[in-house]
Design a protein around this ligand. Structure first.
Ligand SMILES: [Zn+2]
Ligand SMILES: [Zn+2]
Length: 381
């Protein structure tokens, strides 16, 4: 039970230091042991008055009193437990801090808090990443309550000082533990640490000053955006408690896999399946680029499996700079598996003409690198 230090001195809670000293001097003159020799009751009153003056003239201790605590109770308990040497509540505060109770000197939080950032994920096609797109997205965040305009009050009145914590936002509690009594500080349960309360909470937001709302916003996604990149939209995030300024909204953009193209940085890759004969004799095919342009891929006569054809500047647009990446068509040579009679005869003629001779590949052979090293290089990439 906290002692009533104001009551002991007979002063108001708002008393100035001068008034406290004056009240103490009056009591001291009355109860001083020199004036009342042998009077135990007077001696106790004198001791109490001295203690009350000491507490109320110390701003930190007075703060504890104003929060409903007793700064001296702590010290008394510690004295008994053998920690007295640390003096004025030092160890108690230390333990309270250590166990997450928070420092006694921490004041109330502002009722108006800046809002948090929000994150939203959206998916676009590779075509959209190529051209850029304006996308409508649904975002669910706290927004300003329009009924109270963020004040949290039905009448839009200013909040008043919390009478439970005296505006400190925290209350102190003494907890019994193995080490003796410990002072812990926690958020005031009435004002949730804000030190002030709204007396007529808004019927729409319950005094929070904000409500959750789902809304549509338009995100401008730039051409060339990479998979997983985030677009920051200033002040489109969560509105803060008490109608505090909104945080930012981040839109994380993911690209759907494309049936033809694979993207690597600003370059596009695709695979073309070239029949053996076309690889040998040369051929051409067309591919529709992401913007709809028909591109011609020329397969040179004698194209080998794994070779690629590069079209400069036909890749993705470079984000925030001019120009485009390249497009790479990788050649996959297709060998026929079930030959009809005519084709077989034709191929037999090709073989007879001297285009045959299966052999082992020798390292250093200038007929190109081994398949294994090609495989290994691909793996390393
Ligand atoms: Zn409201
Ligand atoms: Zn409070």
């Amino acid at each position: 039970m906290a002692r009533d230090y104001y009551g002991i001195l007979g002063v108001e809670k708002s008393a100035s230091d001068a008034e406290i000293k004056k009240a103490y001097r009056k009591l001291a003159r009355k109860y001083h042991p020199d004036v009342n020799p042998g009077d135990d009751e007077a001696a106790e009153k004198f001791r109490e008055a001295s203690l009350a003056q000491e507490v109320l003239l110390d701003p930190q201790k007075r703060q504890v009193v104003d929060m409903g605590g007793d700064p001296m109770e702590d010290r008394a308990a510690q004295g008994g437990g053998g920690f007295g040497g640390f003096g004025g509540g030092g160890l108690g505060d230390l333990f309270a801090e250590f166990f997450g109770g928070g420092a006694a000197s921490r004041g109330p939080r502002s009722r108006v808090q800046p809002g948090d950032d929000a994150l939203l994920r959206t998916t676009i096609t590779l075509e959209e990443a190529y051209s850029g797109v304006k996308q409508q997205v649904k975002v669910d965040t706290a927004v300003l309550c329009d009924r109270c305009e963020g004040t949290g009050s039905e009448s839009k009145a200013k909040p008043v000082t919390c009478d439970h914590c005296g505006g400190m936002g925290q209350v102190q509690e003494v907890q019994r533990s193995m080490l003796g009594n410990m002072m812990t500080t926690r958020d005031c349960p009435k004002c949730y640490g804000f030190g002030e309360v709204v007396t007529d909470p808004c019927g729409h937001c319950g005094g929070d000053g904000r409500v959750r709302k789902r809304r549509d916003i338009t995100v401008t996604i730039p051409a060339g955006i990479g998979d997983g990149m985030r677009i920051r939209m200033a002040s489109q995030g969560e509105v803060g408690h008490g109608g505090g300024p909104a945080g930012d909204l981040y839109v994380e953009v993911h690209t759907e896999p494309h049936p033809v193209f694979e993207r690597n940085a600003d370059d596009l890759h695709l695979t073309v399946r070239v029949p053996m004969v076309d690889a040998a004799l040369g051929a051409s095919c067309t591919v529709e680029q992401l913007d709809g342009e028909e591109l011609t891929l020329d397969i040179a006569p004698g194209t080998q499996p794994g070779e690629s054809i590069t079209l400069q500047g036909k890749g993705m647009p470079r984000l925030r700079t001019d120009g485009f990446g390249n497009l790479h068509a990788h050649v996959d040579v297709v060998i026929p598996t079930d030959l009809d009679k005519k084709t077989r005869e034709a191929l037999e003629k090709v073989r007879a003409a001297g285009h045959s001779g299966t052999e082992v590949h020798h390292a250093g052979d200038n007929q190109g690198e081994s398949l294994f090293s090609r495989f290994r290089d691909k793996f390393r990439r």
